[in-house]
Each structure stands twice: as C-alpha cells, then as structure tokens.
Design a binder for this molecule. Structure first.
Ligand SMILES: Nc1ncnc2c1ncn2[C@@H]1O[C@H](COP(=O)(O)OP(=O)(O)OP(=O)(O)O)[C@@H](O)[C@H]1O
Length: 263
C-alpha cells in the first residue's frame, strides 16, 4: 500500500458572502481507507465535497488526487480522473430507466456522439459495450436487474438510492464520495448499504469518503473520521477517539439532541 494519501486537502478555505463555509481545512485520505466526514448541520461537509468535485472553487488552499493538483481540473474532468460521487438529494433522471441512469454521465467513455455514430467507429462501439457491460454488472450486484427498464420514479426510495450509488460505480472510480448515503433508509437497508460499502473497499479496492449523520454506520465502517464545525476541522481520529473527544461532544450537544451525537 502506498504511503501517500490518495486525496489530500491542504488549508482549504471558501466563503459565501461573509460566511466562511470551509475555513483552513486539511485532510488526507489513504488508499483503501473508509473515511468519514461528520459535523453538525451547516458545518461545511457538502461544500468540501463540492470543492473536490470542482463545483466550487476554493479561495485558497490545495487539493491533490494521487499527488496531482485537482484544482486545475474542470468538473467534467473529475470522473475520468477516478473520483465519483453521490448527492445528498439524489440527482437522478426520474423519468428515465434505471439502466439509462447508470449510463448517464459515462459520456467521457462512451464517445459515440454524432461522429462516432456517423462513422461507426469501432473504438467507440467497444467503449460503449464495455460501459454497458459494467452497468449490467453493477445492476446485478445491487439487485437492480429486474428494474433495469423501469423508470426510476417507479422504484421505492431505498432502491433509488441504490441506483445513484450504482451510477457512481459504473465508471470504476478509485475514490467515491458518498453524501449522506443512509439518509431516508430503514435499518435493514442501512445494514445492506454498510455491507456494500465495506465490500467495495475490501473486494474492489475502492477508497471511500462519506458524509453521514447516522453515527452507527459511521462508527461501524470508518477507519478514520474528520469532524467539522463552522467550516473548521475540530477533530480527527478513529471512531473511538472521536466519540470520546470533548470538542466533538460539545459541537453536537450544543446544536442537536444528545442522543443524536452519542449514538
Ligand atoms: N452555494 C452556496 N451559497 C451560499 N451559501 C452556501 C452555499 N453552499 C453552502 N452554503 C453555506 O455554507 C455552509 C456550509 O454548508 P454545507 O452544505 O457544506 O454544510 P453541511 O455540513 O453539508 O450541512 P448538512 O449536514 O446540513 O448537509 C452553510 O451555512 C450553507 O448555508
């Protein structure tokens, strides 16, 4: 295993108007790790993801992926570099089928646009069939095969979340960013999700970074946890260290119900 972090964020800051959403934040995610990013509502977690995904441009600081500067990348270059993500409020094409949702966003690999179709380029056909093969493999793994041709809107919420998760995997990312993957799931779906995330790391070697409010899930699968409050990093450590950290307890108890933080 390489000793260099796969993802490094160094002293990153970004403000919206006068609000420092992320304030001098640093983090390192080692290859093959499952890393949690937690904190009370509005702490800046999704903003960190949006900076990594290049939706937001930090005012200062650095982000490196596999040792290479990521801040010079445009949003559409992030997936080809090996970073995929899911969204807090699922961004799916609800009237499209499950299979088509899995293929959307893979256009960096399916190069069969106008010229590909017009010229019947062998290379573009090969790319397309490879991406389709991977989409089928993801549907099989996620129990979505029987819904392949159903519109996403016809699926129960838990399965819709699986579609979004699955879509992030079709590109075979090295790092996946999961934004509240367990939100809205019932306990048995959360258990399935937990097993799935663990298997992706153990069997596929995918590095995982997740933002999540379900502390049971975070504690059970994360190797390390970073805690944010008011845009700043207030703690970093193992799940046990984090659950005993007075700053973390104070950040949660000050803002949320005690049982939420202590869970
Ligand atoms: N595009 C934006 N414009 C203005 N303010 C923003 C923008 N994006 C985020 N913010 C603000 O930045 C702060 C951090 O937001 P962010 O969504 O990153 O928090 P979070 O930790 O993900 O919260 P939650 O757990 O509730 O999702 C919040 O005060 C939010 O209102």
């Amino acid at each position: 295993m390489s000793s260099r972090p796969l993802l490094e964020i160094e002293n990153m800051s970004i403000a919206f108007g006068g609000l420092k959403a992320v304030d001098n934040f640093s983090l390192g995610v080692n290859p093959g790790a499952i890393v949690g990013l937690i904190g009370p509502n509005g702490a800046g977690k999704t903003t960190v993801f949006n900076c990594i995904a290049r939706y937001y441009q930090p005012a200062s600081g650095a982000i490196r992926f596999d040792g290479v500067d990521l801040l010079s990348a445009r949003p559409h270059q992030v997936l080809p570099r090996g970073i995929a993500r899911t969204f807090q409020n699922m961004e799916l094409f609800r009237s499209m089928t499950v299979q088509d949702n899995l293929l959307v966003g893979q256009h960096c690999e399916i190069r069969s646009g106008f010229w590909g179709a017009a010229l019947s380029l062998a290379g573009s056909r090969r790319n397309e069939s490879e991406v389709r093969r991977r989409a089928v493999a993801v549907m099989e793994r996620f129990g979505l095969m029987s819904f392949a041709h159903a519109p996403v809107s016809s699926l129960p919420y838990g399965l819709q979340k699986m579609v979004e998760f699955g879509r992030a995997l079709v590109s075979k990312p090295r790092l996946i960013l999961l934004d509240e993957p367990a939100a809205g799931l019932n306990p048995s779906e959360t258990k399935e999700l937990t097993d799935l995330i663990r298997r992706l790391r153990d069997e596929d070697g995918i590095t995982v970074m997740l933002v999540e409010h379900d502390m049971g899930l975070v504690r059970s699968i994360c190797d390390e946890i970073y805690v944010m409050d008011f845009g700043r990093r207030i703690a970093h450590g193992t799940p046990d260290e984090i659950s005993r950290n007075p700053l973390v307890i104070e950040a949660y108890l000050g803002k949320q119900e005690p049982e939420h933080a202590a869970a």
